[in-house]
Ligand binder design. Structure first.
Ligand code: CA
Length: 274
């Protein structure tokens, strides 16, 4: 038994999406691909048909790219990505793979809008986790979020790409003003809305017991972080039950929007196979 194998983490996951209490359709999409250690939430926009199409295209495109690329091979940056993002050569191979996946999704949505003008204005958020070994690469565009629950502390890993969050960061709005601001839904970045997309990439080392939460703003606009933490605490154990509890909580608080949650738990060292 090698020490490397003894320290490898296993993961369990669950996801659930709900239309909420006010909307007629669900524009969110999500994917669980545990065989590729890939987990995605996307929240589409642009009118209900277009929003549904955008989030589904993004999730499918990301899944296709990750599942079709060999994790043992060095990912290359396609030549038609004209504006490189920072020092891409310095990115780890999994981070580069995540970046490529979101860019390809962006291209796919942009092309689909070009073919079908009725889809003009469609775009989507993306938050994804791609785990290699014990490290997760989180990719994010928009205001869907990733959180890490560790040692009973819930921490938001991603930053919202919203007009109000920029004001909060600049010190011109407080968090509680931002939550009630009339322009709180205005995104400063989305997948599919422009030829090029800037993707936040965050690498997070995971340890046994860690829980990753990916969610659309239908959860976080209804439930504050303390409420999310309490719901996760109250439904320890089964992840599907925890997903249900979070969605029920968002709906109990009004359910103004579609709500999607994906939970991924590191369940400790895999048993040695010898
Ligand atoms: Ca939403």
């Amino acid at each position: 038994m090698s020490s490397k194998r003894a320290s490898a983490l296993e993961f369990e996951s669950a996801g659930l999406s709900d239309v909420g209490k006010k909307r007629g359709s669900n524009e969110d999409s999500f994917a669980l691909a545990p065989q590729h250690r890939l987990f995605v939430v996307a929240d589409g926009m642009g009118g209900h048909a277009a929003g549904e199409v955008a989030s589904r295209l993004a999730v499918e495109s990301i899944e296709r790219h990750i599942s079709g690329s060999d994790p043992r091979k060095e990912p290359t940056i396609p030549a038609d990505f004209r504006s490189p993002q920072g020092d891409e050569a310095a990115l780890t191979p999994p981070a580069r793979r995540v970046l490529n996946a979101v860019r390809l999704a962006n291209q796919e949505i942009v092309r689909s809008v070009r073919k079908n003008r009725e889809m003009r204005g469609m775009g989507t958020t993306v938050v994804m986790a791609y785990i290699q070994g014990s490290r997760a690469v989180i990719g994010s565009v928009g205001d869907s979020r990733a959180y890490l629950l560790r040692d009973d502390t819930l921490r938001q890993i991603t930053s919202d790409h919203t007009f109000v969050n920029e004001q909060v960061r600049a010190g011109t709005l407080t968090q509680s003003e931002a939550r009630k601001h009339p322009a709180r839904n205005i995104l400063t970045r989305a997948v599919g809305s422009q030829e090029e997309v800037e993707v936040d990439l965050i690498e997070q080392d995971l340890q046994a017991g860690d829980l990753l939460l990916l969610c659309s703003d239908g959860l976080t606009s209804m439930v504050e972080d303390d409420g999310i933490l309490a719901a996760l605490r109250g439904s320890r154990g089964d992840l599907a039950t925890s997903c249900r509890a979070l969605i029920d909580l968002a709906n109990a608080k009004g359910g103004d929007d579609n709500v999607t949650v994906v939970l991924v738990r590191a369940v400790g060292p895999a048993k040695p196979t010898d």
